[in-house]
Design a protein around this ligand. Sequence first.
Ligand SMILES: [Zn+2]
Length: 263
Amino acid sequence: MWPHRRARRIDDADWAAVLDRLPILDPLEEDERARLRDLAVRFMAGKSIEPVLGQTLGAVDVAVIAVQACLPILALGLDAYRSWRTVVVYPAGFVSRGHEVDDAGVEHRWEEERSGESWLGGPVVLSLEDVEASGCGDGYNVVIHEMAHKLDMLDGDANGRPPLHRGMDAAVWARDFGAAFEDLNRRIEAGETPPIDDYAAEEPGEFFAVASECFFETPGALAAAYPAVYFHLRGFYRQDSLARLERFRRGRSTQEGGHPPRT
Ligand SMILES: [Zn+2]
């Protein structure tokens, strides 16, 4: 049982189970899958994945967490997660408590149920129940959400803009993400159905994390609603999740004889 041993590999049976649990990996090319598997093994060797409240984690649970954590950094490398080393895993949603003294000297305390959390300079916290609901291709992914916060925090607070690669324009990023964030808030206030999870409207940091979930889970919906955001995330993650998904779907319809499905 985890974490009494550190995995040095994901064996073939466990890898098959991981692929089975994560339909979002279906569109990946063979070589991308091989790189992802290798990256996940190195992630498991370098990080401490710690179940709490007396639960135990099976090898597949651990691999499912590691593989989803590594999908966003498939083209960036493990170095992007250099600033932290622990993943705390609760069996289900957990209550987060905090307090803060504001500039006026007033103390605020809060209690909130959460499915995940990323601490600046500290651990990532995940609910296993929500990990199990992630990776299905419906837009919800608590692991990718928290990892996006970790990437965002590489240059300080999670403000919705991670450190960008050479050649990426921070002003254009801020303009386009800002416009999408405003649009989402406007649509919600107008009573429209939001094109992405409305949690993204909370603050720019959450918008980036939720958009990242969509980028890997439902790239078509994200690109349709906010094409500029999709474009920037493609540049940041150095992956084209939509092209990959469309290639996969074309290949599948060819295999099935090239006819569109009957309705
Ligand atoms: Zn968040």
